[in-house]
Ligand binder design. Structure first.
Ligand code: MOS
Length: 740
């Protein structure tokens, strides 16, 4: 089962509209809620003309700081045993203060969503506005000058003596690279439905973490988590903006409690630009210093970005640079300011995707200066041991990725000199970059219930964000239990099930897959042990360790057989239940004690075609070869990699959130002005997996793949464009005007 191209089990439900997203769950007599967002970036609300809005037919109530429920704040320092991961530790509608544009300042409740929208558009709000810190490069007056500060130790790594080694090197590259802010734009915007029944609360929410969201709701409403049920059966993408818990998920239960009616709160596309995080703009300076033979002796990666006043995510671009290559003298610096912008959050490969653009572009610049092949330079500086924690990688086959990718792509045909390859009047460029992402594994638990008909139900509080989790968990459970795939029922997306990890950090398949596999193996052993003890079984008194068990049939080498149904009937059992859990793998976090470093790798190869007169960029083909351990389902994994590569393409050439640095407003908060690729942009994509199991990391040998594929692509494209044109573009996105 593991390694087979099974079709996605939720496919028919998805294409027929039967897989319900959060807002689509039918509810009796709901009220619709629409958020009113702050239009200033810093200040205080002085008045809100709520009576006018409440007179609009259909509008039922305006909830604001004056009449909202007081909720329990998030704890500062330790979370009292809860696992709480809010996107920002902020409870909405608790006072009149405003910290950023888009902050939720009121909620309009109405009988229809149209009435609620009308109400929201008519609510007149007066503010006392203060100057806001909105530009990380600007110095403000004393009151708002953002504090520029270095982060804690885990983001300030130093080894050797960077300055000294740099000064004695033969060749130095020192350049600045920028990546703009970006938004996740999942197909399904975030949405929450809240239904109270006495003390019990049911929440349908579009989230990458049902367990975390349940815990956050329970904490803020001071409830026993057992009384909160958070459901997310199907999710239309997340990419990180649904990874942590956002304030709107508190507003629906608050409104439902006040009104004593179910409430549906659906964020608009525009709401999504301020209510669920974004990838913050980053400036990076990379310095690489090398000997003439290509040995990189010193490197520095300085990241400069911002966080919000309310707190939350800081983009860590240097982490990967510090460990990807064997560089003896390294300096990693992260500096941030706090600005009055909506809170940033992880977005597919947070720190890696934008960090690798800078690092892998700089490596190309270094190869150029050294007159060395881009792959040779990377191989020369290969790290078998992670130089940050000095632990060997559990499995690092990046050199095999380079080799295989180069062959598939035809890298040998490349002319290293820019502007030399021309075809049909187009400049042709070839570029490559390394892809890499940490392998994370979290703890969690599951319940396995085998019934008398031989159907195995697997329950765990994970979720399928659209990547195929239902399918691959089924394959893992089928393989490990000996049951046929059709007889496995995967039940996830419900916080009432045993706690499971976030679908974030590309870790759900390794995390939940490992404890499900272990549990299913135990179940299989129990069944076989049961069979060989039954006098009426054809397997009576055989050695249970020597029996095979697949597709629901257990048998010995001579062909004696028994079935689950028979074994269960003889044992007079209606069900067999197993609970299994696993804890966090050591070394999963930066700097923890561990035996190995866990990381996935890949190599991306790109051909760029440039129209020399117009600067129009076409990417006719991209090849990606990946080392991510065992691939559970190559078909679904391929789709993931297509998505990730297109994500990287988009970062390289299209995406940018335009903030107005004077007002804090986002200028292009919609899919008309915020550009993402369409099918016509994407041409030939070739994906290959090395498929080399990493059993040191997970029980099935698989590592994560979701984020890996989005990394390195933007640099490979920039490097290909350089090879075509001789123009080195260090500021994303690479739009045609930059090539003219
Ligand atoms: Mo991902 S950015 O870890 O959801």
């Amino acid at each position: 089962m593991i390694g087979q191209e099974k079709l996605r089990v939720d496919g028919p439900l998805k294409v027929s509209g039967k897989a319900k997203y959060a807002s689509e769950h039918p509810v009796d007599n709901p009220l619709y809620a629409v958020i009113v967002k702050s239009t200033i970036s810093n200040g205080t609300i002085t008045n809100m003309a709520t009576e006018e809005v409440e007179k609009i037919p259909g509008v039922v109530k305006v909830i604001h700081a004056g009449n909202a429920l007081k909720l329990r704040p998030y704890p500062t320092g330790g979370d009292g045993g809860f696992n709480l991961f809010p996107g920002e530790p902020f409870i909405p509608l608790q006072d009149n203060k405003v910290y950023n544009i888009g902050q939720h300042i009121a909620l309009i409740l109405a009988e229809t969503i149209e009435d609620a929208r009308l109400g929201a558009s008519r609510l007149k709000v007066s503010y006392q506005e203060k100057a806001a810190a909105l530009d990380k490069e600007r110095v403000y007056d004393d009151y708002v000058t953002p504090e520029r500060y270095n982060t804690g130790e885990e983001l300030q790594h130093r080894r050797g003596n960077f300055k000294q080694a740099k000064n004695s090197a033969s060749v130095v590259v020192e350049e600045d690279y920028t990546v703009p802010a970006e938004h996740h734009n999942p197909m399904e915007p975030s949405a929450t439905i809240a239904i109270w029944k006495g003390e019990k609360l049911t929440v349908y929410d579009s989230t990458q973490g049902v367990d975390n969201s349940r815990n956050c709701v329970a904490h803020c409403f001071e409830m026993d988590p057992k009384n909160v049920r958070l459901i997310a059966y199907y999710i239309g993408g997340g990419f990180g903006c649904k990874g942590f818990f956002w304030p709107h998920t508190l507003l629906a239960p608050m409104a439902a409690k006040i009104m004593d009616r179910p409430v549906k709160l659906i964020l608009s596309r525009e709401d999504m630009y301020t209510s669920a995080g974004h990838r913050p703009e980053v400036s990076q300076r990379i310095t690489l210093a090398a000997e003439n033979n290509g040995n990189i002796t010193a490197a520095e990666h300085i990241t400069y970005s911002y966080g919000s006043i309310l707190g939350g995510h800081y983009e860590p671009c240097g982490l990967t640079s510090a460990k990807l290559y064997d560089i003896p003298n390294f300096s990693m610096v992260h500096q941030y300011t706090k600005l009055n912008y909506p809170t940033p959050t992880p977005m597919r490969g947070p720190g890696e995707a934008n960090g690798s653009f800078a690092l892998e572009s700089a490596l190309d610049e270094l190869a150029e200066k050294l007159k060395m092949d881009a792959i040779d330079l990377r191989v020369k500086n290969f790290a078998a041991v992670n130089p940050v924690d000095n632990l060997p990688y559990s499995s690092n086959n990046v050199r095999e990725c380079y080799e295989r990718g180069a062959k598939l792509f035809g890298w040998n045909n490349r002319n290293r000199q820019p502007g030399k390859m021309v075809k049909n009047g187009q400049l042709i460029g070839h570029g490559m970059a390394t892809a890499t992402y940490p392998a994370y594994r979290s703890g969690g638990s599951c319940k396995l219930i085998l019934d008398e008909n031989g159907v195995l139900t697997v329950q765990t509080a994970i979720q399928d964000i659209g990547t195929g989790t239902y399918t691959v968990m089924g394959q893992i459970a089928a393989e490990a239990s000996g049951l046929a795939l059709e007889n496995i029922k995967i039940e996830i997306g419900d916080s009432d099930f045993p706690a499971g990890p976030l679908s974030g950090g590309s870790m759900v398949t390794a995390s939940a897959g490992s404890y499900i596999q272990k549990g299913a193996e135990k179940l299989k052993k129990q069944l076989l042990d049961l069979a060989v003890k039954q006098e009426d079984s054809p397997l009576f008194q055989l050695n249970s360790d020597k029996l095979s068990f697949a597709n629901g049939t257990m048998q010995d080498s001579s062909g004696k057989k028994d079935t689950i149904q028979e074994v269960m009937k003889r044992a007079n059992k209606k069900e067999l239940v197993i609970e299994e859990s696993s804890s966090v793998v050591k070394g999963f976090a930066f700097g923890q004690e561990a035996e190995y470093s866990y990381q996935s790798f890949g190599a991306i190869f790109v051909e760029a075609n440039i129209d020399p007169d117009l600067g129009v960029i076409t990417i006719p083909r991209i090849v990606g070869v990946f080392d991510a351990g065992t691939i559970i389902n190559p078909k679904l994994a391929n789709s993931q990699m297509y998505g990730g590569i297109i994500f990287g393409y988009s970062m390289a050439l299209l995406e940018a959130t335009e903030f107005d640095h004077d007002t804090g407003r986002i200028i292009n908060a919609d899919l008309a002005e915020y550009h993402v690729p369409v099918n016509a942009d994407i041409n030939d994509l070739t994906i290959e997996f090395l498929n080399m199991p990493d059993y040191k990391f997970s029980s099935h040998g698989g590592r994560g793949i979701g984020e890996l594929s989005a990394i390195g692509v933007s640099a490979a494209i920039a490097n290909a464009i350089y090879n075509a044109t001789g123009k080195r573009i260090r500021n994303l996105p690479i739009t045609l005007d930059k090539l003219l």
